[in-house]
Structures are given as C-alpha cells and as structure tokens.
Design a protein around this ligand. Structure first.
Ligand code: ZN
Length: 133
C-alpha cells in the first residue's frame, strides 16, 4: 500500500453536504461523478494532499442508503492507493482478510477498486484502489 488515497464519507444529500464541506475545508468541490454500478453519486475535495470523497446513494436499496439507515451519516471507508491491485488482493486474501469481490471493480475517479470486509479489519471498511492506466 502506497498511501491513503482518500477518505469516504456517507451523506444523505450531496446538495446539502457539498456546500457544507466547501465551507468546512475552504476549497471548492472539484469533481462530481456518478457510478451507476455502485448506485452512488460522488463528490471530491482536495485539501493539501488529502482527498475526501462524499457518497450519496442513488437508490434506497443502495449500499450507502443501507449504511446510513443502520449507522447514520459519517465516516464510511478509508481508501489506500496500491500499485498492483490484483497482487494486493491476493496478498491480503492469503493473509486472511475477507475481500468483498473476487475481481477488481470499476470505481469513481478512474480507479479499479476492491473493498475488504470490515469484520476482518477491526470494523473499518477498507478500499484498495489503483489508478487505471
Ligand atoms: Zn472510495
């Protein structure tokens, strides 16, 4: 793992959360993007080298909607940048971590992603992400 790539925050409504985070961070949202396969709309902020991703569900059945229903809005995942996602998935699986998908998936921000089940990571949802070439 190379570094923390971003921190993911689950929100009910981007239209409310974007201006809030713009005021908090004193920086404009630089990108919004929908990821249909994951049923989310995302919004990105960059502060120094730290990226923040806000996630809004596009469906009441989506993972973000279900997360908010159970736990409320807030910190959702920590994403780590990896150079070779398939090698990292293999390494982590062999080390006993539980992967939420067998193959990398298309994520927001031109990334290949894979999540680790929080039951194998002290309750933290961890996302691996690799920049697409
Ligand atoms: Zn993420």
């Amino acid at each position: 793992m190379l570094k923390v790539e971003h921190i993911g925050i689950a929100v009910k409504e981007l239209s409310v959360a974007i201006p809030l985070f713009e005021a908090l961070l004193q920086t404009p949202c630089y990108k919004t993007e929908s990821v249909a396969s994951e049923q989310v709309n995302t919004a990105f902020f960059l502060k120094g080298e730290t990226k923040i991703e806000l996630l809004e569900s596009t469906s009441p059945e989506g993972v973000i909607a279900r997360y908010i229903e159970k736990k409320g809005e807030g910190l959702h995942h920590i994403a780590f940048d990896v150079a070779d996602i398939e090698a990292e998935m293999k390494r982590l699986k062999e080390a006993g971590f539980v992967l939420l998908s067998e193959t990398p998936r298309q994520g927001a921000d031109n990334k290949l992603v894979c999540f680790l089940h929080p039951k194998s990571t002290n309750g933290v949802l961890v996302e691996l992400c690799q920049e697409r070439q």
